[in-house]
Design a protein around this ligand. Sequence first.
Ligand code: SF4
Length: 457
Amino acid sequence: MDLPTSLLEKYSKAGPRYTSYPTAPYFTEAFGEKEWLNELNTTQASGRDLSLYVHIPFCDTLCYYCGCNMVATHDYSKADAYLVYLFQEIDRVAALTSPTRVARQIHWGGGTPTFLKPVDIRRLFQHLASRFIIAPDAEISCELDPRELSQEHIAALAESGFNRVSMGVQDLEEKVQKAVNRVQPEALIRQVYAWLREAGFNSINIDLMVGLPHQTVEGFTTTLDKIVGLAPDRLAVFNYAHVPWMKKHQKLIIESDLPDLTNKLALQKLLMERLAAEGYVYVGMDHFAKRSDEIVQAQQSKTLYRNFQGYTTHKDCDIYAFGVSAISQTGEVYVQNAKNLAEYQRRIEAGGLATERGLRISRDDMIRREAISRIMCDLELDKAAFGAQWGIVFDDFFADALPELDDLAADGLLALEPGLIRVTDTGRIFLRNIAMPFDAYLRQQNTDNQPRYSKTL
Ligand code: SF4
């Protein structure tokens, strides 16, 4: 793969990950609980399938690179209290949901969902299942932290019906693990992985991270060798997003220990070449999967989509999300729950939902969201078909994006064929940059003068 440093220098800039469009910084308190209740009521007739997300914010310790909404604690009574509120929130949304609607996808994220004791994993899942109809073939997934995870946790997940897991590893080098305060020996990872396979999980994703302190090509080669030796079904290899102005604890990472641009480039090349040689397809946006995996199949059949959980094959679901900071979505609306745990609990205790802010999107937003999705999921966009779908002339509607697309093409990230925009192999690494010309909000003045997003690479 041809990946000159000049490309990284040019395109390593702040940009969204586009799990939504418009992105979360544009949600507003003007769209709150009243508006969300109204949306919930008026969209029941759609009968659309549901994707249920549950956020468990607790973690035993703080990883210094963490970008999630989490609370580090050893006090389990906090989880006990949280579950009481979570159950109430689930009940209130379920009461507004048409009984004919079916959940096709369930995802638990965090934080660390397996911070919950096995008995509470079962209790929470049973509660969800008693309030929503879950399709027999639903995709039910959970994020795992291998530390503190027992076989009882895994049994609770398997017996509840979870069929996918995603395990955070990041890097196996001890020096890197110590620098980010996440020490988890290789033997532990192997043990947990073996327990998961024994319990029947046949879809295991492993999360890795590049750009962490002390990472070198040599060290990361060893990590990759060991991880591909386990043969996970999917790999998500995120670029570390260093945003200490947003995540204060990231100041605990010593910046001079972070790999420089040349090393980041070498790590990126290593990753692409090594995983391709092992038969993993780079879907895009940090995600790799075996050729037989359904996300690769969905990409080929152009049925892949993106939402807050990343790539999904469940495009036509409304997302009902529960817990602190969780983001729900219907066709035209996004809403986010209170991001502060005490505030979340206060709102539920007051008898309402925990909705803090949201947005009803415009037709312009919808058209741009679809263009960004097609680029990120299909890796190509047919201008005539897209124009016909939305009743627009593509080049007129996106006139302001065209010069930037030409520039991306000149750099070899796009191939502009007659009527077709196609992402090149090199361009797959720069998908965020390729989506950015379609984003009208990036052209607006940022009033607080703080970068809103992490670097694209
Ligand atoms: S386990 Fe995950 S959510 Fe918790 S601190 Fe570490 S990275 Fe953040």
